[in-house]
Design a protein around this ligand. Structure first.
Ligand code: ADP
Ligand code: ZN
Length: 436
């Protein structure tokens, strides 16, 4: 089934024309309402009138996460404060979080796009759908929630956390659809097994999974253990939240809601656009957003776009699986973690040397983060060679890191000189999760 055949199956030419019109409009809108973009466009010697079609998009400047941080909290907001009705923030970022404000129309576009995704997963108004993404500043919970309501299915706002209680609800209510991170889905399966509940005891048949990378192997495992069909759901808060792209039954890439989010692939080194079929960094321009419209936002996600026809009848461009990142961001339990965040906590403690190692692992189905850090030689000489101050330091560090990242970490304080010295980039992280 297709939620909005008009838009999802429109001819490629008609969509292009719509995108071109919308692109011109959004450039004009930010030019007049966001001083940051006005000066960027002026620097590039571009006026809104130079942007007549999507081919002109290459004339526009890029936007980065750093730009959002530099303009924290509302510097990139285009709509007047009175028009903003919802505010979300991206999980764990260095320094300032990324704040996104939505107008009433933005929320309605989001719910529309999310309803397209859910319909593609086979969800109808006859379903009972459980949202097991976190509710709160994170876009996952409320984003999917509004989509389910818009579609007309019954939404169960389970959120994350009380997993056993959730499993009981799945069974007792006869829940048929679910959305959560793929690792949480496996955690649910494990909890069911511990509780002695078999997949046959549930009515679950379809699931939407995203917010973190996952593999075909994980898909098969989720499908087997929960007895469902598992679909990909992709999104990012800067652009909207979950709903940017979604898999159909063909599962040969995720259809992008292109009439709202215009995709490009660029070479992350040279920044030149790459044709469909080549992998590079995914870039989005919001075509209809009012609260915080973004021009050519660099997602840092690496993937490939496909414009070949899809057997489902949708005509939109599809994106392949996320192959990695063009920065060093890790996604741990669905939370964005930059090694530099941990580093800045470590460096704020006089006892700690700037030698550390982050070890990411998956225990059962939950991600774990261990931080190993060396104590400075002068502190080691002054009592830090004994048990008690080390334990105290480990506790203090893990509390501080937890308050920055919002995830629990294990800290291991090491003797001076014990950690391998890193050469070059990204050597401070060992990621043992086998995602390939
Ligand atoms: P959060 O959602 O954790 O608050 P963001 O919205 O900033 O933070 O996270 C978006 C990022 O999550 C994307 O840029 C991408 O790296 C990752 N992500 C989201 N959905 C998927 C998916 N289906 N597959 C792979 N990665 C995903
Ligand atoms: Zn399709």
């Amino acid at each position: 089934m297709i939620w909005n055949e008009n838009k999802e199956c429109m001819s490629v030419d008609a969509r292009r024309e719509l995108q071109s019109k919308r692109l011109h409009r959004v450039v004009e809108y930010v030019y007049h309402n966001v001083p940051f973009y006005r000066s960027k466009l002026q620097e590039a010697d571009v006026t809104p009138d130079d942007i007549r079609s999507v081919d002109d998009i290459v004339k526009l400047p890029f936007t980065t996460k750093q730009d959002l941080r530099d303009n924290y909290p509302f510097g990139l907001t285009a709509a007047p404060r009175s028009e903003i009705i919802r505010i979300h923030a991206s999980s764990g970022t260095t320094g300032n979080p990324t704040i996104v404000g939505y107008t009433r129309k933005d929320i309605s576009v989001w719910s529309e796009c999310m309803a397209r995704c859910l319909t593609s997963y086979g969800i109808t108004r006859n379903d009972i759908f459980s949202v097991a993404y976190g509710y709160g500043l994170f876009t996952g919970g409320l984003g999917v929630h509004y989509g389910v309501e818009n579609l007309g299915a019954a939404v169960v706002p389970a959120s994350t956390g009380s997993t056993e209680k959730h499993v009981r609800l799945l069974k007792d209510l006869g829940v048929t659809g679910i959305a959560c991170t793929p690792s949480y889905a496996l955690h649910l399966a494990e909890t069911m097994e511990k509780m002695g509940i078999a997949k046959e005891d549930l009515k679950l048949r379809s699931g939407a999974f995203g917010a973190e990378p996952w593999t075909e192997n994980m898909r098969h495992e989720i499908e087997n253990r929960l007895g469902i069909k598992a679909f990909n759901l992709y999104g990012l808060s800067e652009i909207m939240g979950p709903c940017v792209s979604y898999e159909c039954d063909a599962q040969n890439g995720s259809h992008i809601n292109e009439d709202h989010y215009f995709p490009e692939i660029i070479d992350p080194e040279t920044l030149s656009p790459l044709p469909c079929g080549q992998s590079g960094e995914l870039v989005f321009t919001t075509l209809t957003k009012e609260g915080m419209p973004l021009l050519r936002y660099r997602t840092r996600d690496l993937c490939t776009l496909y414009d070949t026809p899809c057997e489902c009848g949708r005509t939109s461009i599809r994106m392949g699986k996320i192959l990695g990142r063009s920065d060093d961001m890790l996604i741990i339990r669905g939370i964005n973690v930059f090694p530099s965040q941990v580093e800045s906590v470590i460096l704020s403690m006089p006892e700690c040397a700037p030698h550390y190692l982050l070890i990411v692992d998956r225990a059962g189905n939950l991600d774990t983060l261990t931080v190993q850090v060396e104590v400075r030689p002068e502190f080691f000489a002054q009592g830090f060679d004994t048990f008690e101050p080390i334990i105290r330091l480990e506790k203090e560090l893990s509390a501080r890191i937890k308050s920055v990242l919002s995830i629990g970490v294990k800290v291991e304080v090491k003797q001076p000189g014990t950690l391998a010295r890193s050469e070059g980039k990204n050597r401070f992280v060992i990621d043992n999760r086998k995602l390939k």
